[in-house]
Ligand binder design. Structure first.
Ligand SMILES: *Cc1c(COP(=O)(O)O)cnc(C)c1O
Length: 387
């Protein structure tokens, strides 16, 4: 049995997006193309992490990234074999999962370094890590301006192996913001300091291994400036076929997720009558509304009332009345005929014309939020169908 509201996840589109991004990254002459770290945190932005991760691995991703150890374990249990970078802070986590599931932690503070060091000793093993530098986000990471004081202990650790150095941009999607360039310069300077500290400490510990990689780009930064591609990039949104607003790109991307449902009832409203909780919509003339079994429990944002649209029979029709927990209503008066069973597209397309498509970016813009939120919040009750 399957509910009428389903999310279709097009794994071929995902793989094509991955390849298109990689092609774009090899376009810069005289620069070795960076590796692509596929970001699959938050259940792969609502798309379902296990299937997305395996498809990215198949497409050639050499590393994936998630938010915390628990997400990393889910990926390993799904059969992911490539290295998995955990972005989040580890200060209050149970660290055993890092060793048992061979995950790569981010070390973003001296305290986290000591905790991972202690856990490594307990597991009698060593572990590779990525070092996070805070260049201006002021969230996680070693401050860029006092690394000489905070890093030597970590870099001298016998059981912690530095494999990557990274930072995260706070305003890559704000073309006017000068912070982006400040962060880029701070990161380059931090890299020089790290290299100097590493060579100083390797004289003592004679550590050697594969070259340490540098990475900084989320989707927006990747689109914005090839100077910050470094050795690897970390797109999330672009992989799922969504371009971070307000940016544009020539990379050919297809939205990976579509969300469809079916009309379950059709109702006539007489003049003066309203529909749903609080009669948020009231008819001044005879109207026809269709009931769709998708509500805020499915992740449909309540602000779409009076602002969003869906597609039925190839036409755009407005969402009217309050979004309830399990259903919403749309005004179908303009359509000649609507019947229970008709397909309703909330995200996706229903025809070839550009107006016959609703994407996460449009839906986000209609309610003043960001497209990440639209896909991430898709409810757990909705089945993801993979094709
Ligand atoms: C989420 C995240 C990304 C990916 O961001 P997008 O904007 O979705 O491309 C990259 N790096 C870090 C550290 C992140 O947390």
């Amino acid at each position: 049995m399957i509910r009428s509201t389903v999310a279709r996840v097009d794994l071929d589109a995902l793989k094509r997006n991955f390849v298109a991004i990689r092609q774009h990254l090899s376009s810069e002459a005289g620069q070795a193309p960076p590796a692509v770290i596929g970001v699959v945190k938050a259940n792969a932005y609502g798309h379902g992490a296990p299937r997305i991760a395996l498809a990215l691995e198949e497409a050639g991703a050499t590393m994936l990234a998630c938010a915390d150890i628990e997400e990393g374990i889910v990926l390993r249990q799904a059969g992911v074999r490539v290295p998995i970078l955990v972005f989040g802070a580890l200060s209050v986590s149970d660290l055993d999962g890092l060793f048992e599931f061979s995950l790569t932690p981010t070390i973003s503070s001296p305290g986290a370094a000591r905790a991972v060091q202690t856990a490594a000793e307990r597991h009698r093993s060593s572990i590779g890590y990525h070092l996070k530098i805070d260049t201006g986000m002021n969230r996680l990471g070693f401050r860029h301006d006092n690394l000489g004081r905070t890093l030597p202990e970590l870099l001298g650790s016998p059981s912690l192996k530095l494999e990557g150095v990274y930072t995260h941009f706070a305003s890559a999607d704000m073309p006017e913001s000068p912070l982006f360039h400040d962060q880029r310069q701070r990161f380059e300077e931090a890299w020089r300091v790290v290299q100097a500290l590493v060579s100083a400490s390797s004289v003592r510990t004679s550590k050697s291994g594969p070259p340490v990689i540098r990475h900084a780009c989320n989707s927006a930064a990747l689109l914005r400036d090839s100077r910050v591609w470094f050795d690897a990039v970390r797109p999330g949104l672009l992989l799922y076929g969504i371009v971070p607003p307000p940016l544009a790109t020539t990379i050919e991307l297809t939205p990976v997720m579509s969300l469809t449902s079916r009309v379950v009832a059709v109702k006539g409203l007489r003049p003066g009558e309203g529909v749903g909780y609080g009669w948020r919509y009231q008819a001044s003339e005879p109207r026809t509304v269709a009931v769709v079994p998708a509500g805020y429990a499915d992740g449909v944002d309540t602000r779409l009332c009076g602002r969003g649209h869906v597609l039925i029979r190839g036409h755009r029709v407005p969402i009217v009345g309050a979004i309830s927990m399990d259903m919403l209503t749309v005004d179908v008066t303009s359509l000649l005929e609507v019947r229970p069973g008709d397909e309703v597209v909330l995200l996706g397309s229903q025809g070839q014309e550009s107006w016959q498509r609703i994407d996460a970016r449009e839906m986000a813009a209609a309610i003043g939020t960001i497209p990440w939120e639209i896909v991430c919040r898709l409810g757990t009750r909705i089945e993801r169908q993979y094709d």
